[in-house]
Design a protein around this ligand. Sequence first.
Ligand code: HPA
Length: 265
Amino acid sequence: MNQTINYIRTKTDLKPEIGIILGSGLGDFADTVEDAVRIPYGEIPGFNQSTVQGHSGELIFGIVKGKKIVAMKGRIHFYEGFDIKEVVFPVKVLCDLGIDKLIVTNAAGGVNKSFNPGELMFISDHINFNGKNPLIGPNEDVGDRFPDMSYAYDPALLEEVQKIAERLDIAHRTGVYMYMTGPSYETPAEIRMAGILGADAVGMSTVPEVIVANHRHVKVVGISCITNMAAGILDQPLEHEEVLTISQKVSEDFKKLVASIIEEI
Ligand code: HPA
C-alpha cells in the first residue's frame, strides 16, 4: 500500500476529497476532469488491469466544479478471476489518499418491473449474493472488526442526490442492488428469486468496494445505470453490447448529474 501511495505521489500531490468509480460505459465522465493527471493502472504498483471491453483502466486526479477528486476509470471484477482482496485494493488506495466520500457507479439489470432501461437508480442498500466479504482475514486497524452496514449508502447524501436529480429533471429511481458474481448473466429463475429477496437491480460489481469504504468510514453514494431489464423480465436474450449502448446513451445526463453531485455534497 505504501509503495502504491508513494508511486502516486511522484505523479501528483493533489489530495482528493471525493472519489468516484466509473462503471461500464460510464467512463466518459473522466473527460470532464480539469487539470487532469492520468495514471494508467498498469503503471501503479499493486493495481491490476481489467480484461473487459468498456473498462479501460486509469486513475485520474483533478478538479470538478472546484472540488479535488480522484476518478477510477474502469475497475476489476471478481468474475475476471481476481481474488476479492485484489478487487478492493484500488478503493482502499482511494480511501487512504484521504477521500471522505465515494461515488460508486455501475451498469445493472432492472429486476423491478416498473423500471426502464436508460434510467438511473440510486442505491439505497445492497444484498451481497456473492457471499465473499473483502474484510475476511485479520482486521486492518483502519476500522472495526464488525463494521456496521445499517447506513452503507449514506441516507443524507442519498436524499441530497435525489433532490439534485429532481432539479436537473433526470429520470431516477431508488432501490436495492443485488451483487451476483457473473460473468454469465442470471437465469430468469434467479431474477425471480432476486425480486422475491428484495432486489430492484442486479449487477456484478460495487458491493465489495462499498464494504471496504464503510470499513474505512468513507460515506458512499451508489448509482446504477439500468442498462437492460434483467433476464426473463422481457422475452429476449441479454447482450453486453446492449449494456454499453444504453450506458453511453445516458452518458450526458450521467455526466451532468455527477458533476452537480460533486459540486453540492
Ligand atoms: N445482470 C448482471 N449484471 C448486469 C446486468 C444484468 O442484467 N446488466 C448490466 N450488468
